[in-house]
Design a protein around this ligand. Structure first.
Ligand code: GLA
Length: 710
């Protein structure tokens, strides 16, 4: 288990470096990410290079038994770069320059930036590629973190080249962008600009390509550095730090070029869904490289500095969050940063070594954590442990959140809601692209999959045909890879699989006023429908209970599907809300609205989204990792290792047969205090999760097992 932090000795006088190494040893640190923002120290002027201090630091770390993840230091160009080469500066959408004085003030597509950064990387590579202390390379830092898009002239030129490579002819581009609309037809590539400030909506197909281009430019910077390191003889793993579900960079496209995936995660103590959201992030990161452990490359020991208010972590949360990472596949636990800065905009950010010194709660916590991690045995690689896959796709994210749609969709928030229903039931989930869906899963959930590529559609259809259970909708299978409607209406790819014909989007947002009433509704249901209409939601009935749903209430026709639930109210009252269709040897479900998650159902227990998930889970035979866990306990499986984390307010006792992975003792139960963690080796064969689903499993039994987690 790697344990350590970003180390910025360039912010400190040499006198503290020996202390740093000594204290690192005391804390159990075995690796540091060195010099991430040290460009101006290494190259104070264009023709002045200073590696002596870096040599000294690396030697000291090496002598102290601490490995180095050496940064390429390209994330913050020194002042001389910006002053001498203003063409390296990025621009906003009105063409105004971003200026130096912070960090990440470079245009990723600037040839000058790439030349200067490349030279720095080449010298670092040649000097340290064979140094025994250097065990890994850290390229750049959080690519795109602050600057989501660059509209500079460098970007304009690179965009034209990128488009020409993609389309070869301008005619092909005109077709792909549908430029007959609004007189947008281009005569040559040089007529194309980045989507700078315009009077009204940009062409959505061009926006999609612009997003692809932006992700690719950042990736090109990474790949350029990687290439230079390899040429310099580097044999160590090369990576950069991801930021979980980060919209500007399609990490699924990046992942093959990372020798190991590293991720930064800062759960917000004030976010009531922080446990769910962090679990999703870790599952996403694990799923980017199936079977390969990933590295938690940055977390905070306590408070950060960059939110409007920065409370510290709850007592025990550091251990719980660390355990969640390990449970979901991490083999490294690192922090930003080793020693708290004494100047600069991050001086209030917590660190392993606080400014207040070692007689602190934080120091105690990091040394205890270091000792606990050091005692862990070699952990199994994360396997294909999930029976459920949740489809989350960057191109769809970009397209579905474009403007001028029936309604605005917050794709990540929506995906997190669906994820939460599984997380709350301790059902393990992989996060995949549609093309990655295969028959190792039993159940696939694909919400709001508006942009569905041909190969993705084929994989989903095959999955169902071969026996899987698919749940999709609403606002899914609407456009192709160019953000064009396909010929033949909507649900053109999945309609036959779902047994549905799609007619209308039924956007809600207050449009559902007073529409209660098909068939004979109970007084409760009428009241519920009126209340829902006032809130911009509609109601549907499932298993005798009335639930609310939001965003859209689509008008779909069940050509072959069974109608499991119908809308009681809204623009399409009486039409199907939830359908089920046998296709090949599998089943495809469609939900025509967004069931309200978390809110109390009207007239029954459980939330609407949870009720739909419970129904589909029961039909698919998917089981939780551990049955019947007490409220607030999170479970995750990693090969033979089951991790249990108590996020609840009370001490719990859990029956589980296995071996305590930390002590080696056989256990048949574990006791967890609040924020307590247990690592239990419990082979899959002996685990309830792998047992065949009981024939009579029902939505009700699964609902009862629902665990409310933050
Ligand atoms: C990011 C960066 C770090 C630091 C931390 C602060 O993760 O990579 O350099 O700024 O945020 O939380």
């Amino acid at each position: 288990m790697l344990y350590g932090a970003d180390y910025n000795p360039d912010q400190w006088p040499e006198e503290v470096w020996d202390d740093d190494v000594r204290l690192m040893q005391e804390a159990g640190v075995n690796i540091v990410s060195l010099g991430i923002f040290a460009w101006s120290r290494i190259q104070p002027a264009e023709d002045v290079w200073d590696f002596a201090w870096l040599d000294t630091v690396i030697e000291k770390l090496h002598a102290g038994g601490i490995a180095v993840n050496l940064a390429t230091a390209t994330a913050s160009p020194p002042p001389w770069v910006s002053a001498r080469y203003p063409e390296t500066l990025p621009a906003d959408e009105s063409g105004a320059s971003y200026w130096p004085g912070s960090r990440q003030h470079f245009a990723p597509s600037s040839p000058t930036y790439r030349r200067l950064a490349g030279e720095l990387v080449r010298r670092l590579g040649e000097r340290y590629a064979h140094h025994p202390a250097v065990v890994m390379w850290h390229v750049g830092n959080e690519f795109g973190c602050h600057l989501w898009m660059d509209f500079s002239d460098a970007a304009r030129d690179a965009y034209r080249d990128w488009l020409e490579k993609r389309y070869t002819t301008v005619t092909a581009l005109n077709d792909a962008w549908g430029t007959s609309f609004w007189s947008q037809r281009y005569g040559e590539f040089d007529e194309i600009f980045p989507p700078r400030l315009a009077p009204y909506s940009h062409n959505p197909s061009s926006m999609l390509d612009w997003r692809r281009f932006t992700s690719d430019m950042l990736l090109e910077c990474y790949l350029m550095e990687r290439e230079i390191l390899l040429e310099a003889g580097a044999t160590q793993p090369i990576t950069t730090n991801f930021m979980g579900p980060f919209k500007p960079a399609d990490y699924r496209r990046w992942a093959p070029f990372m020798d190991v995936i590293a991720d930064d995660c800062y759960p917000d103590p004030a976010n009531p869904h922080r446990v769910r959201d962090a679990a999703f992030q870790r599952d996403l990161i694990r799923s980017l490289k199936p079977g390969v452990p990933w590295l938690l490359w940055e977390q905070a020991t306590d408070a950060v500095n960059w939110r409007p208010a920065n409370p510290g972590k709850l007592p025990g949360a550091l251990v719980a969050e660390t355990a969640q990472s390990i449970a979901r596949g991490a083999d490294g636990i690192m922090f930003f940063q080793w020693r708290q800065s004494r100047a600069g905009s991050e001086k209030f950010h917590s660190a392993m070594l606080p400014h207040a010194g070692t007689a602190t709660r934080t120091w105690d916590a990091v040394t205890e954590l270091g000792a606990r991690l050091a005692a862990l045995p070699q952990l199994p690689a994360p396997g294909r442990d999930a029976q459920v896959a949740l489809v989350f796709d960057w191109e769809n994210w970009w397209a579905v959140e474009e403007r001028d749609h029936p309604t605005e969709v917050d794709y990540l928030a929506l995906v997190l809601e669906w994820y939460g229903a599984f997380h709350a039931r301790n059902i393990q989930v992989d996060i995949v692209g549609p093309e990655e869906v295969d028959d190792t899963y039993r159940l696939v959930v694909a919400p709001a999959l508006y942009l569905l590529r041909d190969d993705g559609a084929a994989a989903l259809a095959r999955f169902v045909h071969d026996g899987g259970t698919l749940l999709t909708g609403p606002f899914s299978d609407i456009v192709d890879e160019h953000d064009h409607f396909r010929q033949g209406g909507f649900l053109t790819q999945l309609g036959p699989v779902l047994g549905l014909r799609f007619e209308d989007f039924g956007a809600l947002a207050g449009a559902s006023e007073g529409a209660a009433g098909v068939g004979a509704l109970s007084a409760d249901a009428v009241l519920a429908a009126r209340r829902a209409a006032a809130e911009g939601t509609v109601t549907f009935s499932l298993d005798g209970a009335v639930y609310r749903s939001r965003l859209v209430a689509e008008h779909v026709h069940a050509t072959d599907a069974d109608v499991v639930a119908a809308f009681d109210s809204g623009p399409h009252a009486g039409s199907p809300a939830l359908t089920r269709h046998r296709h090949g040897s599998g089943e495809a479900w469609y939900v025509a609205s967004v069931p309200v998650s978390g809110g109390p159902a009207i007239g029954s227990a459980g939330d609407a989204l949870g009720a739909v998930v419970a129904t589909v889970v029961a039909a698919s035979g998917v089981r939780p990792i551990v049955e019947g866990l007490p409220a607030g306990v999170e479970a995750a499986r990693r090969g033979d290792l089951v991790t249990l984390i108590n996020h609840g307010d009370t001490r719990v006792e859990i029956a589980i047969d296995g071996t305590d992975a930390e002590t080696g003792a056989a256990v048949d139960r574990v006791v967890l205090e609040t924020q307590g963690v247990a690592f239990v080796t419990a082979p899959v064969a002996a685990s309830p999760a792998a047992a065949p689903a009981p024939a009579s499993v029902s939505a009700a039994t699964l609902s009862a097992a629902t665990v409310p987690l933050p």
